[in-house]
Design a protein around this ligand. Structure first.
Ligand SMILES: Cc1cc2nc3c(=O)[nH]c(=O)nc-3n(C[C@H](O)[C@H](O)[C@H](O)COP(=O)(O)OP(=O)(O)OC[C@H]3O[C@@H](n4cnc5c(N)ncnc54)[C@H](O)[C@@H]3O)c2cc1C
Length: 506
């Protein structure tokens, strides 16, 4: 009988749980997954009410193919989540991508071409003018009158209840034999264990309860916490992204339900804004922005999770951006500037949403990589230590599928999609001169200037928070993005949220 390989995965979000399932299914691994919180962890990026599921990826056909692979698996996950938890995790409402002033951006043009070339053209319906959009979706009347007058609808895709997705994968992992150690201190990684003082080989982890757990391989799937766990050579940075929820009345919610309202992206590559149908649970509607985000710099030698940080402090910049979440700061909201920006956008796009009580404001943390591609690689200086992170804000849609190519990379194989080597794409030694994309062209513009349509610029309270340089993710990045809670990152008072919730009778 072949010897079994013992794998430790740290982090039970999208990347960790999907990888755990992939290894468990391969039959020759003992898999132990650690998380500092019970899964789904309340402040993980993967824990959310809605995330976009799309395979629309501009000219990135490898992502398109991975997204297409995920779709039937999402439908399979639905069967499990429905049976075990009485809820769906994938809602196939389709996604509506808006251009402006009669023009699509290169992202939409490239996407439609790639989808058609791949033989999926019949999934796309182009709405050439405002009339065509309104005929199907009258909810966008203001948007159309303000120049969002061309769009295409992709009927394949929609949104996932990402918390339910993770919960369902957690269930499948347990059934497949994955062992879970969760909650603080038992599940919290505090230290990596090396075979010798040169730290060249990792042989396990120590958790915050002082216990040592040995393994043949350790995979860090610690999301936006990764740059504070291990030295990533400035390839990764945690960036805070802003999300709001508004609460319609039951009558309004009816108009925004998924059977008559899609996921939308409002001239995304310029504005970054996107939104969702009203959810069944209580009717709320989420609106978010894919942007260059905020930082929460912490002195490297004061990082919360243990001794390895001493090495980080010696080897990289003295400050590292660490997720600041409602778990430790329950009264946090979002920067006032970000809220004003969202409200300005909605005034132009869908003013109905501005009238609804604001019932949630959340900063959710991306682990941005320097060029928007995931970082799935063995650590160049620590044998048997792997990083599976760098989601760059576009990983969730791949939940049912991403674990397989990650496991392949860890096994030394090269997963290929659309002729692209994912091993090379996700490698440590990437071309850092390329500005960020994050799965969407718009972030590139954000990084190279302020990247917005002139109209949006005028609406801004201040545009300075958008001025991020292309090399913002490397040395010096701490001065480039606003710091959460300070200056441009100063947050909306929590009372505003209390008031909104009271209005919505929550
Ligand atoms: C606002 C927002 C909107 C997004 N929208 C979309 C979208 O529409 N579509 C899409 O595809 N993607 C979207 N994403 C991206 C998606 O959420 C991420 O790609 C994905 O969730 C990343 O998963 P992860 O496993 O890397 O990280 P996470 O989900 O954050 O998981 C990391 C886990 O590691 C654990 N951990 C951290 N440190 C330790 C430690 N020391 N010890 C033990 N455990 C630890 C944490 O508790 C956590 O459970 C969005 C992200 C955000 C923030």
């Amino acid at each position: 009988m072949p010897a079994r390989t013992r794998i430790i995965i740290v982090g039970g979000g999208c990347f960790g749980i999907s990888t755990a399932y992939a290894f468990a299914k391969r039959g020759t691994y003992d898999v132990i997954l650690f998380d500092r919180q019970n899964i789904p962890a309340p402040d993980a990026a993967s824990t959310d009410i809605t995330k976009v599921v799309r395979f629309d990826y501009g000219s990135e056909t490898h992502h398109m193919v991975l997204g297409l692979e995920a779709l039937p698996l999402w439908r399979e996950l639905n069967k499990v989540s429905q049976r075990e938890f009485g809820q769906l995790c994938f809602h196939e409402t389709g996604v509506l991508f808006f251009g402006r002033n009669g023009q699509f951006n290169p992202f939409e043009i490239d996407t439609m071409k790639a989808i058609r070339d791949f033989g999926y053209g019949d999934c796309i319906e182009v709405m050439e003018n405002g009339e065509a959009i309104l005929k199907r979706y009258p909810q966008f009347r203001t948007a159309v009158s303000n120049g969002y007058d061309i769009a295409y609808y992709n009927k394949l895709g929609g949104w996932c209840d990402s918390s339910m997705g993770v919960r369902t994968m957690h269930y499948l992992c347990k059934k497949a034999g994955v062992q879970f150690i969760t909650g603080d201190p038992d599940g919290t990684l505090s230290e990596l264990i090396f075979s010798d003082s040169s730290n060249s080989k990792v042989i396990g982890i120590k958790t915050r309860n002082g216990k040592v757990h040995y393994a043949d391989k350790v995979i860090l799937a610690t999301g936006a916490w990764t740059p504070s766990v291990v030295d990533t050579d400035d390839l990764l940075v945690a960036t805070g992204q802003t999300v709001i929820h508004v609460m319609p009345t039951p009558d309004q919610a009816e108009v925004f339900k998924g059977d008559k309202f899609p996921v939308w992206a409002g001239d995304w590559t310029k504005s970054g804004f996107y939104g969702f149908p009203s959810i069944a649970l209580d009717g709320r509607i989420k609106i978010a922005r894919h942007s260059s985000g905020y930082l929460n710099p912490v002195e490297a030698n004061k990082l919360p999770i243990g001794q390895y940080q001493a090495q980080i402090a010696r080897s990289v910049q003295s400050q590292i951006s660490v997720p600041r979440t409602k778990v430790t700061n329950p009264n946090d909201t979002i920067p006032a500037e970000a809220l004003a920006h969202a409200q300005n956008f909605m005034r132009e796009f869908m003013p109905q949403l501005n009238e609804m009580p604001l019932v949630e404001m959340r900063v959710c943390w991306y682990c941005d990589s320097v060029n928007g591609n995931f970082l799935i690689s063995e650590h160049p200086r620590h044998q048997d230590l792997y990083v599976a992170s760098g989601d760059s804000g576009h990983g969730m849609k791949f939940l049912p599928v991403v674990g397989e190519p990650i496991a392949d990379v860890v096994e030394g194989k090269d997963p290929v999609r659309a002729g692209v080597s994912l091993k090379a794409l996700w490698a440590w030694n990437r071309d850092t001169s390329v500005g960020g994309n994050g799965g969407m062209e718009g972030r590139k513009e954000d990084f190279t200037g302020d990247g917005k349509a002139p109209e949006l610029k005028q609406m801004e309270v201040s545009s300075s928070s958008q001025k991020h340089k292309g090399d913002v993710l490397r040395a010096g990045w701490t001065e480039e993005r606003p710091v959460l809670g300070q200056g441009l990152g100063k947050m909306v008072p929590h009372e505003v949220l209390i008031e909104g919730r009271a209005k919505a009778k929550l």
